[in-house]
Design a protein around this ligand. Structure first.
Ligand code: NAG
Length: 429
């Protein structure tokens, strides 16, 4: 009875607003009617949220079935899709939010996602705190990259993703081919000579590889902003260690089978499963948030349960087995940042040594600002400390003490705590 009374009261408020808006709408001009419509829409959304919370039902988010360009358009911004072909034939998809005024060329910012993710990860947060959207609001020319293997960059000029050969790549190929091709394509397309690069996690690791392998690229970087940057993986100790050990066995099993196809893409069954176990109620969403925190590090209140459906639909976008294996290899290798381990014979052929080549981070001469999280269990403070000692042109390093690995992307307070600072470091658009 109480429930139905609350419900009726809500409906009453809703109709009251509608009447007020309609009356308003007749007496004012078009602009006011638009404002009223926005007000009404907000009211309706708030009422729906309240009701959903009351019945412990998580509101559905249409964006969880959208591609990144569709999300960008849904948020009211223009979106472009570009295809880039790498020197070894992979076709990568770039998503762009072009600047609104075309008269003067605008500064380019390239955002690069972490492992198994895609450009969609920058659009999980609502517009008021999504880095991609905030940059577009500041009229930067925003490009969101996708490296090989994720669901938007799973094409090749000759190979088919159903062939094992397609999936024979690790961090090294992403850094050696994808990042240079993407940077050069964007500079050519925009007529600029430099761009700003913002990476998260492996999105930084592959940047460092690109700069080490292609020294001339360093001069094409205005500034690199490294969010929770991956390099050394030695201190990934955490409770997750217990998961990692059998995980590396599974990886070895896959590798021995030779037919190492792509994996970790949730499209289809995976998304249905996430939807069923994480996205029906607030209680489920909080439970799944606990899982995310167990992996990424604690800071639970900084991830809204309402965001879980978008996190779920944007997390697993696919990669190769060697990309994951290289994490295990670097973990066991201690404090270093090394290329893929092919076993002593393969290493001898590729690197002229029994052990994998180590990337010399002193050769990264592009200016780098590092932001890391004190609660990050994936890219730990100790590993970041190692990176800070190694980088060739470190400008500054900021540690946000309570941040975990996910806060850099999906945090509730991320605008005030991080993005405002990041944007202030970029050259003005
Ligand atoms: C990119 O490639 C896809 C698939 O081949 C194609 O449909 C699309 O038109 C291409 N986009 C551009 C801008 O070339």
């Amino acid at each position: 009875m109480i429930l139905s009374r609350i419900f009726r009261f809500e409906c009453f408020c809703y109709w009251l607003t509608l009447t007020a808006v309609l009356l308003d709408g007749y007496s004012y001009n078009k602009v006011d009617r638009h404002a009223a419509r926005v007000l009404l829409k907000n009211w309706r959304r708030k009422a729906e949220e309240q009701r959903a919370k009351f019945f412990d039902r998580l509101p559905k988010n249409v964006e969880s079935s959208y591609t990144p360009p569709e999300v960008i358009k849904h948020r009211g911004y223009p979106a472009e899709v570009h295809n880039v072909t790498t020197d070894d034939g992979y076709i990568l998809e770039l998503h762009r939010i072009p600047p609104s005024s075309n008269n003067t060329p605008k500064k380019v910012v390239l955002l690069m996602h972490g492992v198994v993710e895609s450009s969609g990860t920058w659009l999980v947060n609502p517009s008021s705190r999504s880095l991609a959207i905030l940059l577009a609001d500041q009229s930067y020319d925003v490009w969101l990259g996708n490296y090989r293997g994720n669901r938007y960059s799973r094409r090749h000029i000759t190979l088919n993703p159903k062939q094992a050969q397609f999936w024979k790549f690790s961090w090294d190929e992403i850094g050696n081919y994808d990042i240079p091709s993407i940077i050069n394509y964007i500079l050519k397309e925009t007529g600029q000579s430099k761009l700003s690069y913002i990476g998260h996690s492996l999105g930084c690791g592959v940047f460092f590889i690109a700069m080490v392998k292609h020294p001339e690229l360093n001069s094409k970087i205005d500034i690199m902003i490294a969010l929770a940057p991956l390099s050394s993986f030695a201190h990934f100790t955490t409770p997750l260690f217990r998961i990692l050990t059998p995980f590396s066995k599974i990886i070895q099993f896959f590798l021995r089978m030779k037919r190492t196809l792509g994996w970790l893409d949730s499209a289809g069954i995976g998304d249905l499963f996430f939807d069923l176990i994480c996205e029906q109620t607030y209680s489920q969403a909080r439970l799944c948030r606990n899982v995310i925190n167990a992996v990424a590090g604690p800071n639970p209140e900084n991830l809204e349960p309402e965001l879980i459906p978008l996190v779920g639909s944007n997390y697993m976008h696919g990669t190769s087995v060697p990309v994951i294996a290289q994490f295990a290899q670097n973990y066991f290798a201690g404090e270093t940042f090394q290329a893929y381990d092919y076993g002593w014979k393969g290493n001898l052929m590729r690197y002229n040594s029994f052990t994998p080549m180590k990337y010399v981070l002193k050769k990264v001469t592009a200016p780098v600002y590092v932001f890391s999280g004190g609660n990050d269990r994936i890219v730990t403070p100790l590993d970041v400390d190692w990176l800070l000692k190694e980088l060739g042109n470190l400008k500054d390093s900021i540690r946000i003490s309570d941040y975990n690995h996910a806060d850099f992307l999906w945090g509730t307070d991320v605008k005030g705590r991080l993005y405002d600072q990041v944007i202030s470091l970029l050259p003005s658009p």
